[in-house]
Design a protein around this ligand. Structure first.
Ligand code: ZN
Length: 287
């Protein structure tokens, strides 16, 4: 037992152990975005996006580390001045001696990551699931999961189950396909899963749960034989599900180490959208 606080470096090493950086996609950026590995950590705020409101919330609470799913800078940048929102994020964190760490596609791919948490939320039997897009070096891991429900259900019942488990968000949940269709084999991928549409069909999924599907690819896909029904939560909500699980795992680890650690899930709904207004309310429009 020790009463010493964890350090940024120790938390970063724990994250890398559970969500190995080598599982990240080639284009991705994961790891310690800013911060000093020797600084102490007693409060960690977890969020999907490292936006200004998230960082303000973290620092108002007294967090010394923010862990997000998405990177702050995915592409190279030449400026981190406080002229931009991303620059202000860096400035505010450094002034507060706080750190920012992210685990993105490595967290999608790993055991206990985003895809597996979404697969659990959908009710899939862990003994049956496998990656939708296996990692080339670690084929037992990878992006998305496809597996079986212990008992068949319907697309509608599965959508309702997910609606109860996902966080409240303006975008809600969209469904494509016959609501009465049997759902036994289910594919899931947190975030944008458009590139995995064909993989979901090839895996003979009855339903594919993923976000950010564009009009033409989704419409063309649904017109072809063997296309799974689609359940489409918001990008944010589909990845948010991982945060409570990560918070619990971090607290368990700190407890085993005998160090004080508080975690909190950000209350910021970092979707681009702020309001949902149904459009079938006008008498002037007849379809
Ligand atoms: Zn994402």
């Amino acid at each position: 037992m020790t009463s010493e606080a964890l350090t940024v470096g120790e938390v970063a090493a724990w994250m890398d152990e559970h969500f190995p950086p080598e599982l990240q996609e080639e284009w991705d950026r994961v790891g310690l975005i800013c911060g000093d590995r020797s600084d102490p950590v007693t409060r960690i705020l977890l969020a999907v996006d490292p936006t200004e409101p998230v960082v303000n919330e973290a620092l108002d609470w007294g967090a010394d580390l923010v862990i997000t799913h998405h990177p702050l800078f995915l592409r190279g940048t030449s400026f981190v001045s406080a002229d931009t929102a991303k620059g202000r994020v860096v400035h505010r964190l450094i002034r507060a001696h706080a750190a920012l760490f992210n685990a993105h596609t490595n967290a999608d791919a790993a055991t206990g990551g985003v895809a597996e948490t979404l697969a659990e939320a959908a009710g899939l039997d862990p003994k049956t699931w496998r990656p939708l897009e296996p990692n080339s070096a670690h084929p037992e891991l990878g992006i998305g999961r496809v597996g079986e429900l212990p008992e068949s259900t319907t697309v509608e019942a599965l959508a309702n189950r997910l609606a109860e488990l996902l966080p409240e968000s303006p975008a809600g949940l969209l469904v494509a396909g016959d609501p009465e269709r049997e759902a036994k084999v289910v594919a899931v991928s947190g975030g944008s899963g458009q590139s995995l549409l064909e993989a979901a069909r090839a895996a003979k999924a009855d339903v594919f749960v993923t976000a950010d599907l564009r009009h033409h690819p989704a419409l063309d896909f649904l017109e072809e034989d063997g296309a799974p029904a689609l359940i489409v939560p918001s990008h944010w909500a589909s990845e948010w599900v991982w945060l409570p699980r990560l918070a619990a795992a971090l607290e368990l680890w700190a407890g085993e180490r005998g160090v004080a650690l508080e975690t909190r899930i950000s209350k910021v709904v970092s979707e681009p959208w702020d309001a949902y207004i149904p459009t079938l309310t006008s008498d002037n429009v007849e379809l």
